[in-house]
Design a protein around this ligand. Structure first.
Ligand code: FMN
Length: 290
């Protein structure tokens, strides 16, 4: 697997940290699919004989691997980022345990927050992140470039953030852009996010020991598994990474949570909601070459 730098986000993700996290998500899906089909996997990060950054997955037939992750495998096609408000119901303790104990590399840990006061403090970090990000015109332009305001745009590119997947209507691009420029600000986005977090059952913070490419990929693997496990439990999730994307805030968050040398990587909310329309998937032959 190789990173696709044509899809990097230089403003919000200048170090490609989230790009490598995404690669980890895809890698975890691939491993789960391979195991489900009866292969054991051995992953090599950045093998020396490859000129570019590469992840090599060696597959070996293994009858003991067959179907071991069938529940996670089935969730690959039903998992989604659900960006709507949730229904405020709490996740039962047994299910929280399953989420907390999702198998990750030794370098990654997951902290769950279900206490209202702690969630409130983390929400303040998200608010501050929104205020800082939306104050930057380059951030807004990058975001607008990736929004697919209507179905025709979404189908043409098969990527980005289709409006419908955020619970918004399909509109012509000029209207969507006009609406965004007139209505969206750090303050309005913060209010939307406050409500979305308030109606969620909790937040999950993914933390790594290191802050390098391998740690980012391993974070993606842990997050994907978490998200698939959540899906098997009918729990939805969505990203609120602003406090990690804004570097000052990331430092404050690290101090606030006494993480020492550990690094926060992803902040996710989880809870119960109806599914939203699914984002599109590019055809396999567009992304697999032989
Ligand atoms: C590292 C990472 C960061 C993300 N950050 C955001 C985010 O800030 N806001 C958001 O709405 N979605 C975010 N997403 C979700 C992606 O937009 C989403 O996974 C993608 O559009 C595919 O949709 P799906 O998850 O519903 O399949 C992020 C995903 C990853 C892997």
């Amino acid at each position: 697997m190789f990173p696709d730098f044509s899809r990097r986000l230089p403003v919000v993700d200048p170090d490609n940290r989230e790009l490598y996290i995404s690669l980890g998500c895809a890698l975890e899906n691939l491993i789960i699919a391979a195991e489900n089909m009866g292969y054991s996997t051995d992953v090599q990060y950045f093998p020396q004989d490859e000129p570019e950054d590469c992840i090599r997955i060696n597959l070996k037939s293994s009858s003991s691997a067959l179907h071991i992750n069938q529940h996670l495998f089935k969730a690959i096609s039903t998992r989604q980022s659900t960006r709507s408000e949730y229904d405020s119901n709490p996740v039962p303790g047994a299910d929280l345990k399953q989420l907390e104990n999702v198998k990750t590399s030794r370098n990654i840990s997951i902290q769950l927050f279900t206490d209202n006061n702690k969630i409130k403090t983390l929400t303040e970090f998200v608010t501050e992140g929104n205020l800082k990000q939306y104050d930057d015109e380059k951030f807004l332009n990058e975001l607008i470039n990736w929004i697919r305001f209507n179905d025709a745009e979404a189908i043409k590119t098969m990527d980005g953030l289709p409006s419908r997947c955020s619970g918004n209507p399909s509109v012509p691009r000029w209207l969507g852009k006009l609406f965004l420029s007139l209505t969206v600000s750090g303050k309005s986005q913060a209010q939307i996010d406050q409500k979305r977090i308030k109606t969620s059952s909790g937040l999950a913070l993914f933390i790594s020991e290191k802050d390098d490419k391998q740690a980012w990929i391993e974070t993606g693997r842990a997050f994907e598994r978490f998200s698939l496990m959540a899906t098997t439990l009918n729990i939805k999730n969505a990203h609120h990474n602003q406090p990690i994307e804004v570097s000052d805030l990331r430092n404050h968050l690290t101090e606030h949570l006494s993480l020492g040398s550990m690094k926060p990587q992803l902040l996710i909310r989880f809870g119960y909601a109806k599914p939203l329309p699914y984002s599109l998937r590019r055809p396999v032959n567009e992304i697999v070459t032989s």
